[in-house]
Ligand binder design. Structure first.
Ligand SMILES: Nc1nc2c(ncn2[C@@H]2O[C@H](COP(=O)(O)OP(=O)(O)OP(=O)(O)O)[C@@H](O)[C@H]2O)c(=O)[nH]1
Ligand SMILES: [Mg+2]
Ligand SMILES: [Zn+2]
Length: 367
């Protein structure tokens, strides 16, 4: 490939998120830039990928399915070999959670890691200002995102249907310390313009939140057209109907990429990567003055956190949330070393079956 074509390819690829982090891997791993593409969507063993122009549907190689490495997700950079996905490039980061095993068991032992999206710049936690607004849940989302080493931002949407949206923002500020909070409405004729910097050219964001929070509606507003179906919210329980069922990445007119996700039913953690300290910087700061460095802020003498609660500096509920999430993360880390199972393992089976069917078809069809 001549230099001009390669620069041109790089230009298209940079626009869809390619960066030196990935480029530096090419030489070491022996891949060529012309064979690299980004996954925009996953469909039952098939993958929609893009190199900055049109999207194409590809299958994965039998060898990749056999090795059962990371299962490609929206946002991944992958290697194509004759239009077959043959490798996933090491990821910059992942948005992952603990999910129930494929057999649907909800007990601890059946938990697996579920990677929702990869290679993100920011995760927008979307909360609707209807019955969805819940600061305790917001704390869980923040812990999840921080625990993945990702940068969160809060989007309080449906501001048009709340009598005092500014109060919600003030309440959110008490749990989302140091995190940007945006108050928006999808009905606003000018659109959610303050979210546009997140999708500047080359940037990739993911939207998470409960079903019916208004994620897909925001994607449509930012896109300036309906790229995604939006659903109803039940009048009786205020819950959405899980309208979005797949994780898809969209190229936005602003130049960046958005990954819309299905509504999360249960926010469960996977592993312990220090997410609690990052999500509770107020407690972490106070804890530096506790007498014991491993203080659990429960009963220890000289506990600065407990004295802050007594003195009214720290809300007791905030400490209770910290304790709960600390315990959950510790449990998740123990469980992780025991099982180290990934939900993707099951999904590779789907690919292997598909590859076998295609091979069989070729044999009989004479292709
Ligand atoms: N009034 C008002 N309604 C909104 C706003 N944003 C979304 N909605 C409505 O909320 C409902 C749910 O919106 P969706 O965008 O489908 O929610 P979602 O988060 O994508 O839901 P799932 O795909 O199920 O996870 C729809 O009826 C939207 O019209 C808003 O800013 N104001
Ligand atoms: Mg949706
Ligand atoms: Zn303490």
């Amino acid at each position: 490939m001549n230099k001009a074509t390669q620069q041109n390819d790089c230009h298209f690829m940079n626009r869809i998120g390619w960066s030196s982090f990935f480029h530096n891997q090419l030489e070491t791993l022996g891949y060529d830039l012309k064979d690299i593409a980004r996954v925009t969507s996953v469909r039952r063993g098939c993958f929609l990928v893009s190199q900055g122009m049109e999207e194409i549907l590809v299958t994965a190689s039998g060898a990749l399915a056999h090795r059962q490495g990371p299962y490609p997700v929206a946002g991944d950079w992958v290697v194509l070999n004759n239009s077959v996905l043959s490798a996933v490039l090491p990821r910059r980061n992942t948005l992952a959670r603990g999910a129930a095993g494929a057999r649907g068991k909800l007990n601890g032992a059946a938990r697996r890691e579920q990677v929702m999206a990869a290679n993100l710049d920011t995760v927008l936690i979307v909360c609707g200002l209807d019955q969805d607004f819940n600061p305790a849940r917001m704390e869980r989302y923040l812990t999840l995102v921080h625990n993945c080493g990702l940068r969160p931002a809060i989007v309080l949407t449906k501001a048009d249907i709340h009598p005092s949206p500014a109060d919600c923002k003030a309440e959110a500020e008490t749990v989302a310390i140091g995190v940007p909070i945006h108050l928006v409405s999808a009905l606003d004729p000018s659109g959610p313009v303050e979210l546009e910097p997140y999708i500047a050219p080359g940037n990739t964001i993911a939207l998470i939140g409960s079903s019916g929070a208004g994620k897909s509606t925001l994607v449509n507003r930012l896109a300036g057209q309906a790229v995604r179906s939006a659903g109803e919210v039940s009048q009786s329980d205020g819950k959405g109907r899980h309208t979005t069922t797949s994780r898809d990445m969209f190229f936005m007119p602003q130049g960046g990429m958005v990954i819309d996700n299905p509504g999360i039913r249960e926010i469960a953690f996977w592993d312990d990567q220090g997410g609690v300290d990052a999500a509770f910087p107020d407690i972490e700061r106070l804890a530096r003055d506790c007498r014991f460095s491993d203080c659990s802020h429960a009963h220890e003498p000289g506990c600065r956190v407990l004295s802050a609660v007594e003195g009214g500096e720290l809300h007791p509920e905030r400490l209770a949330s910290w304790k709960k999430m600390r315990q959950e993360l510790e449990y998740a880390a123990q469980r992780q070393t025991k099982t180290s199972g990934r939900i993707e393992k099951e999904r590779w089976k789907e690919v292997a079956t598909l590859v076998k069917t295609i091979k069989k078809g070729r044999k009989h069809g004479g292709r």
